[in-house]
Design a protein around this ligand. Structure first.
Ligand code: IPE
Ligand code: IPE
Ligand code: MG
Length: 244
């Protein structure tokens, strides 16, 4: 069945979608191109995703752009990825801002190259009051790193007397994560045929619905997004309980 915009508009939308933007390298390889060409097309697919979300009533999206493990890749690939971020912001920031997109980096961005870091911080500052789409961009992000960081910050606040140990509960813990104040993702999309989480949003995906596809990220378009949303809308989320 080919899902249309009208189909998905009949039922409640997911509030927050997370996407592991994977498969750029294989997309390029299958065309005899350099991996970096795949990353460049991947950036285009990200822009298309934001445009597709703008047509829907979905205000939170988290995209995995660079993991804490991606430093294992050859230096020139890492450098290209950092440059592509700069290129994307140079080219698209004004447009994203017009569309009401708030660019919110998550992860330890202090380790990124100076230029990339500066551009991201500037983009974050420029778009900080936008509310149409909160675009969390995971950069040097690892789910375990995020949880350890939260635990350390909580400890520091207990030590300084700002928090009592009895204040620590799931909600408090969540408020120390990069995604503080945001709803957990309802739907996690992983293209490229991999069936794993790769250290993405480990805390936040406790009850997230997964949608995996063999489509490679550069080929991912709005029709795939609609398909994912439609399947999500037709699932039974029980949260450990029973069907209503
Ligand atoms: C995802 O595509 C982009 C990043 C991890 C930065 P890949 O580069 O992982 O593409 P494949 O998995 O090799 O095809
Ligand atoms: C996950 O993809 C990270 C990003 C898409 C940024 P990877 O390609 O790094 O994941 P693995 O290595 O296949 O698990
Ligand atoms: Mg990959």
């Amino acid at each position: 069945m080919k899902v249309t915009l009208e189909d998905i508009k009949q039922k409640p939308m997911p509030k927050h979608i997370a996407v592991i933007m994977d498969g750029n390298g294989r997309w390029a390889k299958s065309r005899g191109l350099l991996r970096t060409a795949g990353h460049r097309m991947g950036v285009q697919a990200l822009k298309n995703l934001v445009l597709a979300l703008d047509e829907l009533d979905i205000h939170y999206v988290t995209v995995y752009a660079f993991s804490t493990e991606n430093w294992k890749r050859p230096a020139d690939e890492v450098n290209t990825l950092m440059e592509l971020i700069v290129e994307f912001l140079d080219k698209e920031l004004d447009y994203m801002h017009e569309k009401g997109v708030r660019i919110h980096p998550i992860g330890d961005i202090s380790r990124l190259t100076g230029k990339t870091y500066d551009k991201i911080v500037a983009a974050q500052e420029k778009t900080k009051d936008n509310t149409n789409i909160i675009l969390n961009v995971a950069l040097n992000y690892g789910g375990r790193q995020e949880i350890v960081r939260a635990a350390k910050n909580i400890c520091a606040d207990v030590q300084s007397g700002r928090l009592a140990m009895d204040d620590i509960d799931e909600a408090l813990f969540g408020s120390y994560l990069y995604t503080a104040g945001q709803p957990d993702p309802d739907l996690l999309i992983r293209p490229s045929g991999e069936l794993r989480v790769s250290n993405f949003l480990l805390w936040q995906i406790a009850y997230t619905e997964f949608w995996c596809t063999n489509i490679l990220w550069p080929d991912f378009g709005k029709e795939h997004l609609w398909q994912a949303i439609w399947e999500y809308q037709n699932r039974d989320r029980r949260y450990g309980g029973l069907t209503k």
